[in-house]
Design a protein around this ligand. Structure first.
Ligand SMILES: Cc1cc2nc3c(=O)[nH]c(=O)nc-3n(C[C@H](O)[C@H](O)[C@H](O)COP(=O)(O)OP(=O)(O)OC[C@H]3O[C@@H](n4cnc5c(N)ncnc54)[C@H](O)[C@@H]3O)c2cc1C
Length: 315
């Protein structure tokens, strides 16, 4: 891993750093390069442009670790509004949504609600219902390892009524190859990513090489299985290996997809789409962009000087 990744992820947990960074306007170059806007309208407009350009999209209303019930409910309302807008603009066939369960109740203290897990399940159910009405699907983002069991349990419950609900697995975790085996069944949509969180040694691979090796093992399991793999990476080697393994298993284009983040390797996104691959772009939007931005900076410390300049000039 980059020498700066760990310190950056650690510093990002400081409340003072958060207060300082959050004073940046969303229009600041470095924020805007990863987060195209704050409103439903701006997100739907970007989604429309990408779809018109031949890509698919998944939209994320930013927010995480919500410890306030009303805020969790406001997030659900934002997703319902977004899904209504996507349907109204005829984008439901190519636009889905990604949801962090900690933004809809998973992180609520049990003392306040009975069970954060249950609140998140019911809220996610409401979003799944709205997605189905809009002709589309939901994928449950995966957060740090302390939430994996709860998130996969909620996934299992949701899939009883909404089997189209997508899961995310992180190659960085030791458990993930086994989770891939368990989820590689027919109709199961699984996004495989490397993992964006700072994780301890007892649960996660620590070196880039070990994470990459795990990613390839997981790719092989998913592509050999009966499910629908969603290959979320910008890494040229992983993309090449995924294409080769898909070919070896006789997978036709459209029986899996590539996914990348808004603002990252857009030329590669276009190249893959032009070659006939399904390419879905993850579009985050909203005012709660701090955690998302810090994870992106940790992945790409080369952006750091650019970011510090934005912070000083507040543009
Ligand atoms: C669609 C999608 C959804 C995701 N969902 C989750 C999730 O639910 N949970 C989770 O933990 N993680 C998620 N991630 C993040 C993921 O885990 C990685 O942290 C991130 O994708 C970087 O890993 P990489 O595979 O691109 O490989 P890396 O080895 O990190 O990067 C490969 C190359 O991609 C480019 N690149 C990578 N990141 C950036 C960046 N931030 N800015 C500019 N260039 C960059 C660089 O050229 C880099 O050399 C998601 C990623 C994608 C694409």
């Amino acid at each position: 891993m980059s020498l700066l990744r760990q310190p950056l992820l650690m510093v990002s947990r400081s409340r003072r750093v958060k207060e300082l960074v959050s004073t940046l306007p969303v229009s600041a170059g470095v924020v805007r390069s990863y987060v195209p806007g704050e409103t439903t309208e701006s997100a739907v407009a970007v989604a429309g442009d990408l779809v018109a350009d031949g890509r698919w999209v998944t939209l994320d209303f930013l927010g995480e670790d919500t410890t306030d019930l009303e805020q969790a409910e406001a997030t659900v309302a934002a997703y319902v509004e977004l899904l209504r807008e996507l349907a109204a603009r005829g984008l439901g066939h190519r636009a889905e949504v990604s949801v962090k369960l900690s933004s809809v109740g998973q992180a609520l203290p049990d003392s306040a609600t009975g069970s954060g897990h249950k609140v998140a399940l019911e809220n996610a159910r409401t979003i799944c219902r709205a997605a189905r009405n809009a002709g589309t699907t939901v994928t449950l983002d995966m957060e740090d390892h302390t939430t994996t069991d709860s998130t996969l349990a909620i996934l299992r419950e949701l899939r009883q009524d909404f089997p189209e609900t997508g899961a995310v697995l992180q190659a960085a975790l030791h458990r993930t190859e086994a989770d891939c085996r368990a989820l590689a069944y027919e109709g199961s949509r699984v996004r495989l990513c490397k993992g964006a969180y700072l994780e301890p040694e007892h649960v996660a691979f620590q070196s880039r090489l070990d994470v990459d090796k795990s990613y390839v093992r997981c790719l092989k399991v998913l592509l050999a299985g009966q499910g629908y793999p969603m290959i979320a990476t910008h890494d040229p080697r992983m993309i090449e290996i995924a294409g080769a393994v898909a070919g070896r298993h006789g997978r036709h284009r459209g029986s899996y997809e590539f996914q990348m983040l808004y603002g990252v390797r857009p030329v590669e996104q276009q190249r893959l789409a032009a070659a006939g691959e399904t390419v879905r772009v993850y579009i985050p939007y909203g005012t709660e962009w701090y955690g998302y931005l810090m994870r992106r900076l940790a992945e790409r410390p080369a952006n750091l000087s650019f970011f510090l300049k934005s912070l000083i000039s507040k543009k």
